[in-house]
Design a binder for this molecule. Sequence first.
Ligand code: C5P
Length: 231
Amino acid sequence: MNARERVVFPLDVPSLDDAERWTTLLGAEVGVLKVGLELFTAAGPRAVEAVHASGAACFLDLKLHDIPATMAGAVRSAAALGVRYLTVHAAAGPAALAAACAAAAGTDTRLLAVTVLTSLDAGELAAIGLMGAPDEAVRRLARVALDAGLDGLVCSPQECVALRQALGDGPLLVVPGIRPRGADVGDQRRVATPSEARRQGADLLVIGRPIRHAADPVAAARAIVRELEEA
Ligand code: C5P
């Protein structure tokens, strides 16, 4: 993977028109454009087609969590759209994860697991019956996902080092919460710069507002790619 292919820009917008403005601007600058629940619910597969028309790969961030047969069907549909990355919740359990992997086998779609949403603290985890520290739940769910055959995980910069040590070089680690030095941190609590995240073992970096809110988003994306090339 070259530096450009490691940069994921999230299309966190509500409509296809908005998405197409960003795919046109950034499709040649970053390797991957992420379509999340907001955009996919509004625009459906046309959002994925817009990403592909721009030349970038598509990361379909649907965080699937359902019974095995439904998970398998959704993964088949996503793979038929040609998406490169698709997210599922590790908490869907071993059988559903195995069904998802079987459905993705032989396609170009890589499955990534979400472990514990970073918006959940220990109190909220206890409220849904997950006792113990969040990082223990992250490690447990990461193991469940990789044992089922998933290709990688979404994790915070803070989890990256421990997961890389625990899991080895195999799994793809996809990391949001990236802020180039001097950028506004916003609502992210745990951040790393692009080169720090790479050193900590991140493979793909999800970078939204530092590009979207920049006076010159193309220049901001190029600066991030340059930083990664030099890292
Ligand atoms: O604007 P920013 O760089 O913070 O965007 C980060 C992206 O990564 C958003 O699309 C956000 O939903 C996503 N994300 C995150 N933290 C997680 C999981 C996903 O920020 N734990």
